[in-house]
Design a binder for this molecule. Structure first.
Ligand SMILES: Nc1ncnc2c1ncn2[C@@H]1O[C@H](COP(=O)(O)OP(=O)(O)OP(=O)(O)O)[C@@H](O)[C@H]1O
Ligand SMILES: [Mg+2]
Length: 281
């Protein structure tokens, strides 16, 4: 069980996440939705400690996540793999080495420096790539793959670290609808087959409804909805997305995968590029 108790994150006078309390049982597939700036990424980043908390407590199966340091913190970060919108692969490195990097924080500096990977790890990496349908690209450079293939490699890298949780921050926001479906199917399959908890930020309501058994809606740093997809009434959607600053109604471009998506995706890529680098401790 992952538990958040009154978790808050401030950036100066701005409250990005405001006293959020949640319990997420093992094996759940959770979608987090909300407008840009609602605090979705900050919430995920606090769970895996890319960002520290300003207040409150995060714990996982009795482990006090929000206060861990040193080796215990690295062990937690292994247990909760992170997937990003922009894949975060090493572009010039081949696919299988990218996946093997999922084991990096389990290995010695020496073996890391000389890129020495045990044979059993290499075989495991290839079998994970096979499972995700991208094994034929194992020897190609990551940058030579399509976005959908790269995201599957990123998922393979996450699986390589045998995580207990996968945290995905808008994993399909840069993908076309077909690749978006393939990537969401892969996450769902991992959730169902391995029982790994998946918590994913999604910017379209229909994806959250289609894939997640539980939807958490955020607005202005607070949880304003927490329930099953079929409990997401029009009023609930309005509470999450509200009306726009200029009074516009909730539009299809917010709630569905639509043709207007590419423009939003391009804007988001720029906005989130600065959001992917871990903060200095
Ligand atoms: N590193 C940071 N420094 C300062 N402010 C930040 C930082 N990260 C996030 N914020 C602020 O915190 C608030 C929440 O941002 P966050 O990125 O969590 O939103 P989001 O829901 O993920 O939005 P989006 O849908 O655009 O990704 C915003 O007001 C944002 O400007
Ligand atoms: Mg975000």
């Amino acid at each position: 069980m992952l538990e958040l108790n009154d978790v808050t994150r401030r950036f100066g006078s701005n409250i990005a996440v405001d006293a959020v309390s949640l319990s997420i049982p093992e094996g759940q597939m959770v979608g987090i939705i909300g407008r840009s700036g609602a605090g979705k990424s900050t919430l995920l980043r606090m769970i895996n400690r890319l960002t520290g908390v300003s207040g409150g407590v995060i714990s996982h199966s009795g482990r006090p996540v929000s206060t861990l340091g040193g080796r215990e913190l690295r062990s937690w970060q292994r247990d909760c793999a992170m997937i990003f919108q922009q894949f975060n692969l090493v572009p010039r490195l081949d696919v299988v080495s990218n996946v093997l990097h999922g084991t990096l924080n389990m290995r010695s500096t020496f073996s890391t420096m000389f890129n020495l990977f045990p044979r059993e790890d290499i075989l495991r990496a290839i079998s994970i790539l096979e499972r995700l349908g991208v094994a034929e690209n194992a020897t190609k450079r990551a940058e030579a793959l399509s976005g959908g293939q790269q995201q599957r490699v990123a998922i393979a890298r996450a699986l390589m670290q045998s995580p207990k949780l996968i945290l995905a921050d808008e994993p399909i926001a840069s993908l076309d609808p077909l690749n978006a479906q393939i990537v969401m199917d892969a996450l769902k399959d991992i959730n169902e087959q391995e029982g790994i908890t998946v918590v994913t930020n999604l910017h379209t309501l229909d994806t959250a409804r289609g894939y997640c058994e539980r939807i958490i809606g955020m607005a202005h740093g607070k949880v304003v909805f927490d329930g099953k997809p079929d409990e997401l009434t029009t009023d609930a959607v309005r509470a999450i997305y509200g009306a726009g600053a200029d009074g516009e109604e909730i539009s299809e471009s917010i709630t569905s995968t639509s043709l207007g998506e590419s423009a939003r995706t391009a804007a988001k890529s720029r906005a989130t590029a600065s959001n992917m680098v871990p903060e200095p401790a």
